[in-house]
Write a protein that binds this ligand. Structure first.
Ligand code: ATR
Length: 277
């Protein structure tokens, strides 16, 4: 009898650029699992229907990408603690008629920084730029590491204030040192780690941040991975080390793989080979 392959998908719009099928297939191959993982384009107003149609096809798990992470949160009947705090879901698990929502973005970012780039977040002075979904998805995981200071900056200050209030509600079990500053009012001071979680790179627009935030001992990290952004160029011109978000992409996928299969895949060689591509 032929073995029935478990079925997984990544759902987004657009989705053609997604590396998730390649990443999960590589993890499965290494683990000796036979899975079927495909990229599914959902019409913008049809996310729920798309998922239900896939459930009929016996979908075991799904990754959810832009612009559906909030809708995935609403669709799930149970949530992991990180999904609850971010109010966004990037990984769905279908189990006994339940839809469980997880968010592995923050764990993915922290693992890339700590394990692949050897940055110990504890006691570091960190600047997080952006207050959209990308920043909201990772901020709690950064705060959990108890950096000496996390400054959240955004063009629209109100959005940063909302995130700050939310973090104050949730951060009960650790010391939180979170400041909020408007992007044009950043102090002339450098940070150990500067993370760009804005979408400015998509249109190649400048962020307008003070160059003094960069230093030759800083690491500038852009959560985007498919192009060299003006943020990365600026950081390099100030002598900072830089990284794109490819490692975060692989690490968030590794955590999703663990949720579905209880197997921790190796990530370093895959990051290297994807980068060479
Ligand atoms: P997502 O949910 O993908 O993060 P979003 O909610 O549209 O998308 O948020 C995008 C982020 O990029 C926001 O922080 C946005 O700043 P505003 O809140 O002020 O809109 C930021 N952003 C986009 N283009 C920018 C630019 N040119 N300069 C500075 N910030 C920018």
């Amino acid at each position: 009898m032929t073995e029935l392959k478990k079925y997984f998908a990544v759902i987004g719009n657009p989705i053609h650029h997604s590396l998730s099928p390649q990443i999960h297939s590589a993890f499965a191959k290494e683990a000796g699992l036979h899975i079927n993982y495909e990229a599914v384009l959902s019409p913008l107003d049809e996310f729920k229907n798309t998922i239900h149609k896939l459930i009929e096809k016996k979908l075991s798990g799904a990754n959810v990408t832009l612009p559906f992470k909030k809708e995935a949160y609403e669709l799930a009947s149970q949530h992991s603690s990180h999904a609850k705090i971010a109010e966004a879901v990037n990984t769905l698990e279908f189990k006994d008629d339940q839809i469980i929502g997880h968010n592995t973005d923050g764990i993915g970012l922290v693992r890339d920084l700590e394990q692949n780039l050897n940055v110990d977040l504890k006691s570091k002075k960190i600047l997080l730029i952006g207050a959209g979904g990308a920043a909201e998805g990772v901020i709690y995981s950064i705060l959990e590491k108890e950096p000496s200071e996390l400054t959240l900056t955004n063009r629209t200050i109100k959005k940063s204030n909302v995130i700050q209030n939310k973090m104050e509600m949730h951060a009960k079990s650790f010391n939180m040192n979170l400041n909020v500053i408007e992007i044009t009012k950043l102090p002339h001071q450098y940070f150990d780690l500067i993370i760009n979680a804005t979408s400015a790179g998509i249109n190649n627009t400048e962020l307008g941040i003070d160059h003094k935030v960069f230093h030759d001992s800083s690491l500038a990290y852009d959560m985007m991975y498919d192009k060299k952004t003006s943020f990365i160029r600026e950081a390099q011109s100030q002598g900072s080390k830089t990284s794109d978000g490819l490692g975060m992409l692989v690490e968030q996928a590794a955590e999703a793989f663990f949720i579905w299969h209880q197997i921790k895949p190796k990530t370093k060689s895959l990051i290297k080979s994807l980068r060479e591509l």
